[in-house]
Design a protein around this ligand. Sequence first.
Ligand SMILES: [Ca+2]
Ligand SMILES: [Ca+2]
Ligand SMILES: [Ca+2]
Length: 184
Amino acid sequence: MKTSGDSSEIPFTAPASIALGSLGPTAYLLVISSDTVKLNRDNQLPIPFFQIAPRLFHQYRLEQYGVNHYFLFIDGELVDDGVPEGPYPADFPSVVFRAKSELVTSMTEWDYIRWGDIPTPGSGDFDSEGDIDTRDFFYFDECLNNGGPDSNVGPGCVWADIDQDGDVDFKDFADFQLIFNTTE
Ligand SMILES: [Ca+2]
Ligand SMILES: [Ca+2]
Ligand SMILES: [Ca+2]
């Protein structure tokens, strides 16, 4: 997503935010302005801020592994990690994203939001359903379009790097075709 909103809006949970919550101890709230991002997990914990290049699209990715570890990536770069406060999701999980103007007018654009099990690296199985089908190809194609030989397409496409050499290129596409629809 990207936003033109000023960082002075951040105390008002504006200009943009995405909140992952559920009935449990663990929550993640990202408050995003044009050049600054705030992560709030819990007011009792440190609240880190990150600088981003202003008014450009940026990608935010949060991974949580059981109760052991979470990782936050911005544009594929690890910016924060640590021990979660508990399991996630718990009951009634939700993802709430919004744009808001408190005192300063702004424009916010969300491109896409995804949620789900983290796919196995190199599996080609984006949606972790145990098959390789057209739905997986839809996202594989996106990784390939952003990739190429020796590219780094970031943690969001590790599942599409079939030969596990760090990129998503036409070699991976050839391998993807070989496993397409071959598993249940
Ligand atoms: Ca699949
Ligand atoms: Ca390659
Ligand atoms: Ca590859």
